[in-house]
Design a protein around this ligand. Structure first.
Ligand code: LLP
Length: 427
């Protein structure tokens, strides 16, 4: 078994999701589509849960990674909590059966309406990110006659050594309050009648491939816990955020495992007798999903061949947005020793940014054949758009030999009829 196991493997030369052949799903739903594996989602949640065994803990799945209701329902059934960052995500959590005491609300820009929604519907805690937010939350809670449980997100000023767009723990980022100002900010929180301080929150970035930045951050959190307790604050819960990376490029990446991360948490924070919360998203959903697409054309260009797919940047924006790497495999396995050929792999959208990768060696493929993007289960479907009036693509969940469409493809009529024409334009 490889270090990171998933359930998308070739069987008899054809790619499967668990026990279902990808071609069978393509036949039923058309391309492109996302497909997720129940077994991988389950396994990844359990890896985190087991890594924190022996500590009072709750794994709060960061649904921003993949918020399909079926995925959330599965997470709820496994005993997960959930991390939400908007009123919409809060309502998704409730609809999937998470009780309020399993929902954590993060984010720098919570509105009064979102606060009210969560206070009325039940909330485990708000991770508060600024003094103005604290004051507003206290007011909203008071107006409802309740007290809002909070942690304050501190920014420990460590370099997460990840892509600049997803690093959050440096002092220049918009997130949290500078750790050096924690004492005065906690004093303010304690003075506000609508708030109850219960702990500390920290999240330093996403797709971290080393434990070292976590270690630096958590040592600072440990010290801060002692300081704040000495100041008279109740610090009983530590929310440690998410961020553990996954091997997008399997041939040369080996990010830390949840069990190694868990050992670090125990070593740096175990003596504090706090309840531990973590908010993993990518590691739970990322390698639990693939994007399947059909080759439309193979086009010979100037010194290169383009593989033009029916999936595009609007379906999977990570390569265009972060220069992200995704493994791309033919759905029908190439013969051992088959000739490799370099391709620029692109979508049909009218901009050059719609390029998934350049000069990627792959076994030869022909129009009509299917390819699969690995590691597309997190930040894939959730970041998709209908740019170029390309419908959001279906999501499919596999469980052993069964599969179900968990979000269907909208029809063009549905898309067009979402828009309305003002009276004065009507002829
Ligand atoms: N908690 C907080 C407060 C976060 O901001 C995030 C991610 C997470 C947890 C989950 O982090 P994860 O375990 O998934 O790394 N769209 C980007 C990733 C953005 C991550 C934003 N925050 C991408 O496709 O790489």
């Amino acid at each position: 078994m490889s270090r990171f196991m998933d359930h998308f493997l070739y069987k008899d030369g054809v790619l499967h999701a668990e026990d279902v052949a990808i071609a069978e799903i393509a036949e039923a739903v058309g391309t492109p589509f996302y497909v997720y594996s129940t077994a991988t989602l389950t396994r990844h949640f359990r890896l985190f849960d087991e890594a924190l065994e022996g500590m009072d803990h709750l794994v709060c799945y960061a649904m921003k990674a993949n918020s399909n209701q079926a995925v959330l329902t599965l997470m709820a059934s496994l005993g997960a909590g959930v991390d939400v960052v908007s009123g919409g995500e809060y309502l998704r959590a409730k609809a999937a059966g998470f009780s309020g005491d399993r929902i954590v609300f993060s984010g720098v820009g919570k509105t009064r309406e979102e606060m009210r929604l969560a206070l009325e519907g039940g909330i485990r805690q708000f991770n508060v990110e600024s003094e103005p937010e604290m004051e507003v939350l206290s007011e909203v809670a008071e107006s409802l006659g309740v007290v809002a449980p909070i942690t304050v997100r501190v920014n420990p000023d460590v370099d997460a050594k990840t892509h600049e767009k997803i690093a959050t723990g440096k002092s220049e980022n918009k997130f949290g309050i500078p750790i050096a100002r924690s004492r005065e900010v906690y004093a303010l929180a304690a003075s506000l009648p609508g708030l109850e301080v219960i702990g500390i929150d920290v999240h330093i970035g996403s797709q971290l491939t080393s434990l070292e930045p976590y270690e630096q951050a958590y040592l600072k959190v440990a010290e801060l816990t002692e300081t704040l307790r000495a100041d008279g604050h109740q610090i009983k819960r530590l929310d440690l955020g998410g961020g553990l990376g996954i091997p997008y490029e399997r041939s040369n990446e080996a990010p830390p495992l949840p069990i190694e991360y868990g050992a670090l948490v125990k070593r740096t924070l175990g003596h504090l007798d706090c309840e531990i919360e973590i908010e993993p998203g990518r590691l739970i959903a990322g390698n639990a999903g693939i994007l399947v697409s059909e080759v439309i054309y193979v086009k010979s260009g100037e010194g290169r061949d383009f593989l033009i797919l029916d999936a595009a940047m609007n379906d999977l924006i990570r390569p265009a947005m972060y220069g992200a790497y995704h493994d791309i495999l033919p759905v029908v396995e190439a013969d051992a020793g088959a000739e490799q050929q370099p391709y620029d792999i692109v979508g049909p959208v009218c901009e050059s940014g719609d390029t998934f990768t350049k000069n990627r060696p792959m076994p030869k493929v022909a129009p009509g054949e299917l390819v699969a993007f690995r590691s597309a289960g997190a930040y894939g479907a959730v970041m998709a758009s209908e740019y170029n009036t390309r419908p959001l693509i279906p999501e499919v969940l596999v469980h052993e030999h069964q599969f179900a469409v968990i979000r269907g493809r909208p029809t063009f009529d549905e898309i067009i009829n979402r828009d309305t024409i003002p009276e004065w334009l009507e002829g």
